[in-house]
Design a protein around this ligand. Sequence first.
Ligand code: UDP
Ligand code: MG
Length: 195
Amino acid sequence: MGFLQRCVARSLWPGRRTLGAPRWGQPQPQIQLPRRLYAAGIPGLQERTLIAVKPDGVQRRLVGDVIKRFEKRGFKLVGLKLLQANEGILSEHYHELRRKPFYHELIQYMTSGPVVAMVWEGYNVVKTSRAMVGETNPAEAKPGTVRGDFSIHVSRNVVHASDSVETAQREISLWFRSNELVDWDCCDHKIMYEL
Ligand code: UDP
Ligand code: MG
């Protein structure tokens, strides 16, 4: 099919994203481009963040509740693991807080039991998940947020959420190897984003 015919075909079927070229007088091929391919053109759809249920949250069996909130909101889980974090990973993770008076207690708390680390994906997930998690100090966290619903004191605030897209990228590569993250198509993707 020549260039001119392709242009006419495109103007006749502008919404169709098909792999094969249309043939005159025949039904249009229905082969759709993989969703990931055409979603790639929409900025921010594949933003990712690190969410971690801290040792107090795991001990208090809040893992399921945290996951449920992110699932119900519409975000996509692309990584998940339960691990006993060591001082090495935590000193990198909390690098910016190393001079704070609470730093050593924070490391003690974070190594006191297992952590559930997760990577969630979706449009604006970093900003939205910070809002879902609530203020650092539970006394200031609004009801309806994870911290506002399940915690009282700043030193036991149940959950971690990356605070910027750049921090999220750094934290994800600190907690997960690339082969531990799963790139998959979620069946409600089109409904969520009206693509
Ligand atoms: N933290 C603490 N005391 C404080 C401030 C922070 O124990 O006065 C702990 C708390 O667990 C918090 C973590 O340090 O979640 C990291 O602090 P950051 O300021 O990064 O807050 P976040 O990003 O977790 O809201
Ligand atoms: Mg922080």
